[in-house]
Design a binder for this molecule. Structure first.
Ligand code: SAM
Length: 268
């Protein structure tokens, strides 16, 4: 798929989602359930969800990377595709005032929403920067942990994303990433649909390919672990993203046959 077109449509789609909640974004958010219920189904606890600004959870995630990242006080954390700040606020509580969390997102409306959430809730150890994950607005060797939640599947340049992650990590730094990956190749109709792409399905790659891309960046001890199905779309949805995915799969085929949520770990 054309890189420029992908970037434009992703930005437009997530810009609208930042303003009007309830639209389908990533496949999982087409569930039809409420955002809190959905977050619980992918591993967030009631306590975590109560501890962060409610507007930060847009039900666009596919796992809970901060629960698995073993974050420590004082660490510098970078969240790729931070959306309204969901995981940044959880990470900020874990690293404390001696630490810092930087969220990067290329959609101005998401950055504005995240900054607003931080301001209204008095969270001072987070910073949101407008930028692309293929070209991070972050200094070399400056970050302890890179987290990300359901974003890298949306990049048309995945090897570049991991090369830039390698650049910004301190020696010994680590990644803790939740994302969507494939068990088997998607039907062409889904693969060629821009709606399915921005819905976090069409841009997903096979698990083995994912691991190879991460390893090629220079990161070591790479593990890609299947965490669940994390893809539910109401079969009656009228949303164009949900419809493109379901109609593209064809009768009798379910998303679960193709898609899994994964947790990706590695070290510099
Ligand atoms: C599915 S949402 C996930 C948001 C957040 N991680 C969460 O779990 O709530 C994807 C986010 O990634 C951002 N994004 C997608 N592609 C990007 C890119 N190439 N560079 C920077 N941000 C990107 C979108 O603007 C959107 O906010």
């Amino acid at each position: 798929m054309d890189k420029k077109k992908v970037r434009k449509v992703v930005r437009e789609t997530y810009g609208k989602i930042a303003q009007v909640q309830g639209n389908c974004g990533c496949g999982p958010s087409c569930c039809g359930t409420d955002t809190k219920q959905f977050a619980k189904s992918i591993g967030y606890t009631e306590e975590e969800l109560e501890s962060i600004p409610q507007e930060a959870n847009l039900a666009l995630s596919c796992g809970n990377p901060t629960a698995l990242a073993s974050l420590k006080e004082g660490e510098i954390v970078l969240d790729l595709g931070s959306g309204a700040g969901f995981d940044c606020f959880l990470a900020a509580a874990k690293v404390g005032q001696k630490g810092k969390v930087i969220g990067v997102d290329m959609t101005p409306e998401m950055i504005e929403k995240a900054r607003d959430n931080a301001k209204k809730n008095g969270v001072e150890n987070v910073e949101f920067r407008l930028g692309e994950i293929e070209n991070l607005p972050v200094a070399d060797n400056s970050v302890d942990v890179v987290i990300s939640n359901c974003v890298i599947n949306l990049s048309a340049e995945k090897p570049r994303v991991f090369q830039d992650i390698y650049r910004v990590l301190k020696p010994g730094g680590r990644i803790a990433i939740s994302d969507i990956a494939l068990k088997r190749e998607l039907p062409d109709k889904v693969r060629q649909s821009i709606e399915a792409y921005v819905g976090c399905i069409g841009g997903a790659i096979l698990i083995d390919e994912y691991k190879k891309i991460v390893e090629a960046s220079g990161l070591g001890d790479v593990r890609v672990t299947i965490k669940g199905t994390s893809a539910c779309i109401d079969s009656n949805t009228k949303d164009p993203i949900g419809r493109a995915i379901l109609d593209g799969l064809g009768d009798g085929k379910s998303l679960e046959e193709y898609v899994v949520s994964v947790y990706v770990e590695g070290h510099k």
